[in-house]
Design a protein around this ligand. Structure first.
Ligand code: GRF
Length: 212
């Protein structure tokens, strides 16, 4: 009998361009998993509209008005109800506490992964694009990594890089990191993670090629 597909929740707080790149990959059947939930902590986040447009279940629990502990408790309950196996952070602007990571694990959840717009371990934390721009780096990029209880420090799954043009603004560099690196990197990294985790090639060779 075929194993049921693992259930994924995407967490995002804003624009959602990475979330949408992942939605496209799910729709092209490139990921051996089910996108079971798109979650935001911001009711106005564009990612919720995108998820609705694409027909995915959405949930929003605003963090405002809740203590961190209470908010995380509600989020964990939502993940439990939806039987989520893996959380994919795509611009989720909240640090997850060790209690949340342990809570997710103890209710049967598995890994949480994140995308960060720099070549980790360089430039972890906030404003990494601005800091790379200011530092005059010649090569910038993005990293998909496992989430642990230290910010942007978990084991790396995949990285992608680009050459920085001397004359571009911070906004332009950020746009290129997203559009030229992240939107290709995240579906591939998630695919790699799932293939390793479940050690089976449930997709046709043609689909595997499509992500290369
Ligand atoms: C991306 O640059 C990602 O690396 C970072 O947050 C940004 C989210 O952008 N974690 P978007 O909402 O996916 O467009």
């Amino acid at each position: 009998m075929q194993r049921p597909k693992p259930k994924i929740a995407i967490f995002a707080s804003g624009r959602g361009s990475n979330a949408e790149a992942l939605m496209h990959a799910f729709e092209r059947d490139l990921l051996p998993a089910q996108l079971a939930l798109v979650f935001s902590n911001k009711p106005q986040a564009a990612v919720l509209e995108l998820a609705t447009k694409h027909g995915y279940p959405c949930a929003c629990i605003p963090n405002e008005g809740h203590s961190r502990q209470a908010h995380e408790g509600l989020v964990l309950e939502t993940l439990k109800q939806a039987e989520i196996d893996h959380v994919v952070l795509a611009g989720y602007m909240r640090i997850l506490t060790p209690e949340f990571l342990n809570g997710f694990k103890s209710q049967g959840g598995d890994a949480i992964i994140n995308i960060h717009p720099s070549l980790l371990p360089d430039f972890p934390g906030l404003h990494s694009i601005e800091r790379q721009h200011e530092a005059g780096v010649v090569v910038a990029g993005a990293t998909v990594h496992h989430v642990i209880d230290q910010v942007d420090a978990g084991p790396i799954i995949l990285q992608g890089s680009l050459e920085v043009r001397g004359d571009e603004s911070i906004e332009e560099l950020g746009r290129r990191i997203r559009e030229e690196v992240e939107h290709f990197l995240y579906p591939r990294a998630l695919r790699l993670f799932l293939d390793r985790r479940y050690a089976e090639k449930s997709q046709s060779p043609q689909n595997q090629k499509a992500l290369l």
